[in-house]
Write a protein that binds this ligand. Structure first.
Ligand code: NAD
Ligand code: TYD
Length: 347
């Protein structure tokens, strides 16, 4: 099989490439990535030496380039991870989110139609369902939950999902979509909650918690997500959506305190800052469909996954030091210097 993996120099895409190279050594993986601020070739160093791996720097929204890649590489499968993925950046400047997440997806879909494909898989997010109230722990997102987005990021991902479904219905393109909850693990870019808190704690910097810290996310260890996508590629029904998540709900403040405890740092480092605009309260996935149809179960408990993740960041300082000394640093200063610091009662 020739498999194009877009966005493979980012967090989940790179983990997926390593997972696939190990699990399916006979397949050929072609990574297509624009190398934005979030893409890092160093992350793929371990794949570069493999004969069945190839890296191509390209923008998925560049139609001419994408068509020439399809013509040359003749992919059987396309897995689209490429995206602008950070909610705060989308609030700051939505346009690039539409360009990559919507237009980029449409170009890939057109290429699949033009050159033929066995499967196009769209890596989507539970954020397309909006949020759930904190006082209704009985509610979960199912595949039938209405799309009701809150941020420009989630709106752009929902737009892409709708296009994928339209291409299946109208052109009979063999598509699948997975909507996953928050991932964590190795190679997670340090603008997102878990790696940011680990790195700030290690540097004895303040840990900026938005609002009251009670927002809930459903955390999934990245390898469990990779295994779910692999299963969907093998056994998933075309035209279907599969929710992926593992009943690992945690309030942000609990996650932050867990990290501080593991690192032996004081909770005095926590700083409550002004809330994210439109901040989703709670995400929680009902994974019954993928469990029943494909036999998928998450294997890593949050307590084990967060421990492994913290160890990884301790052992890979060079990886994240390189990132925080670059472009990301000026983003961090701009975003967080402008956030008012709030005095919330310590929870
Ligand atoms: P990431 O930001 O770490 O990586 C995104 C990658 O896409 C980077 O390597 C970047 O260079 C590349 N990219 C960006 N624009 C591109 C373009 N125009 N053309 C080609 N490449 C481009 O993101 P991630 O956290 O690994 O997320 C991957 C996918 O999974 C995204 O589609 C995201 O919406 C989805 N997702 C993420 C999570 C999560 O918790 N991180 C959860 C559910 C779904
Ligand atoms: P994030 O990792 O950006 O993922 P998402 O917004 O896609 O869920 O944020 C996870 C949660 O952590 C979210 O509720 C916002 C919150 N958060 C903070 O409190 N402080 C931070 O510095 C960041 C980046 C996020």
């Amino acid at each position: 099989m020739n498999i194009i993996v877009t966005g493979g120099a980012g967090f989940i895409g790179s983990n997926f490439i390593y997972y696939m190279l190990k699990k399916h050594p006979a397949d050929r993986i072609i990574c297509v990535d624009k190398l934005t601020y979030a893409g890092n070739l160093e992350t793929l160093e371990g794949a570069m030496e493999k004969k069945n791996f190839k890296f191509i720097r390209a923008d998925i929204a560049d139609r001419k380039m994408v068509y020439s890649i399809f013509e040359r590489e003749k992919p059987d499968i396309v897995v689209n991870f490429a995206a602008e993925s950070h909610v705060d950046r989308s609030i700051d400047n939505p346009e690039i989110f539409l360009q990559t997440n919507v237009i980029g997806t449409s170009v890939l879909l057109d290429a699949c139609r033009k050159y033929g494909i066995d499967r196009y898989h769209q890596v989507s997010t539970d954020e397309v369902y909006g949020d759930l109230p904190l006082n209704r722990p009985d509610l979960f997102f199912t595949e039938d939950t209405n799309l009701k987005t809150s941020s420009p990021y989630s709106a752009s991902k929902a737009g892409a999902d709708l296009l994928v479904m339209a291409y299946h219905r109208t052109y009979n393109l063999p598509t699948t979509i997975s909507r996953c909850s928050n991932n964590y693990g190795p190679y997670h870019f340090p603008e997102k909650l878990i790696p940011l808190m680990i790195i700030n704690a290690l540097s004895d910097k303040k840990l900026p918690v938005y609002g009251d810290g009670k927002n809930v996310r459903d955390w999934l260890y990245v390898e469990d997500h990779c295994r779910a996508i692999d299963l969907i590629l093998q056994k998933g029904r075309v035209g279907e959506v599969y929710n992926v998540g593992g009943h690992n709900e945690r309030a942000n403040i609990e996650v932050v305190k867990t990290i501080l405890k593991e690192l032996g740092k004081s909770e005095d480092l926590i700083e409550y800052v002004s809330d994210r605009k439109g901040h989703d309260r709670r995400y929680a996935i009902d994974p019954a469909k993928i469990q029943q149809e494909l036999g998928w179960q998450p294997e890593t408990k949050f307590e084990d996954g967060i421990h492994k993740t913290i160890q990884w960041y301790l052992e890979h300082r060079d990886w994240w030091m390189g990132i925080i000394s670059g472009d990301y640093q000026s983003y961090y200063e701009r975003m967080y210097d402008s956030r008012a610091i709030l005095e919330y009662a310590k929870i």
